[in-house]
Design a binder for this molecule. Structure first.
Ligand code: 5GP
Ligand code: MG
Ligand code: MG
Length: 177
């Protein structure tokens, strides 16, 4: 695709890392049942691939998190519109996120879920962009560290496009200028 400047993570690398993380999560939660929550929309592909690498009894749930993204910058406000539809009380919850950037989305989400009396709460993110962190957040499993560049593909969008790329790539600057 000619709007992509470079491929950061290939399809093969994503597959291999998902298998590794799935094995790790399977080992760490032996004897338990998980409620895996997909944070929409960015993590839909990662969620589908990762959950199939976890060999445990597993329930799925879906939750929107909107951070009022404007272009490539998040505004800092986080909206969690479906939070009252989730039944998480007493469950071992695994939140599945696409990317931790400022940390605001996950920290708002974590506070909201903890109020709902989960039994345990763990977070897995495919990507982590530590250079941009504003709010401290502990992530239990992280797929790849990425540099401070706007990435797309494998679920992640720019203005709702590029989610269907099979890899993670960096957009050419001219696309958002
Ligand atoms: P936060 O800043 O709250 O940690 O991240 C908010 C959300 O912004 C992420 O869940 C993700 O959906 C989006 N986001 C952050 N960095 C990027 C990026 O480089 N590319 C894309 N496509 N989305 C991003
Ligand atoms: Mg997200
Ligand atoms: Mg987005």
């Amino acid at each position: 695709m000619n709007e992509i400047k470079k491929v950061l993570i290939t399809e093969e690398q994503l597959k291999a890392r998902n298998a590794e993380m799935g094995r790790q999560i399977t080992a760490d939660f032996q004897g338990k049942e998980l409620l895996a929550i997909c944070i929409l929309r960015g993590s839909y592909i990662f969620f589908s691939d990762l959950t199939r690498e976890i060999e445990l009894p597993l329930e799925v749930a879906f939750m929107h998190a909107a951070s009022y993204f404007d272009g490539t910058e998040s505004s800092g406000k986080v909206n969690l519109p479906d939070q009252n539809m989730l039944s998480v009380k007493g469950k071992d919850v695994l939140v599945v996120e696409d990317i931790v950037d400022s940390g605001r989305t996950l920290s708002a989400l974590k506070a909201t879920l903890l109020e709902k009396e989960v039994n345990s709460l763990h977070i897995v993110t495919l990507l982590d962009k530590p250079d941009r962190r504003v709010v401290d957040i502990d992530v239990d499993y992280s797929g790849f560290i990425v540099p401070d560049e706007f990435v797309v593909g494998y679920g992640l969008d720019y203005n709702q496009r590029f989610r269907n790329l099979k890899y993670i790539g960096v957009l050419k600057e001219e696309v958002y200028q």
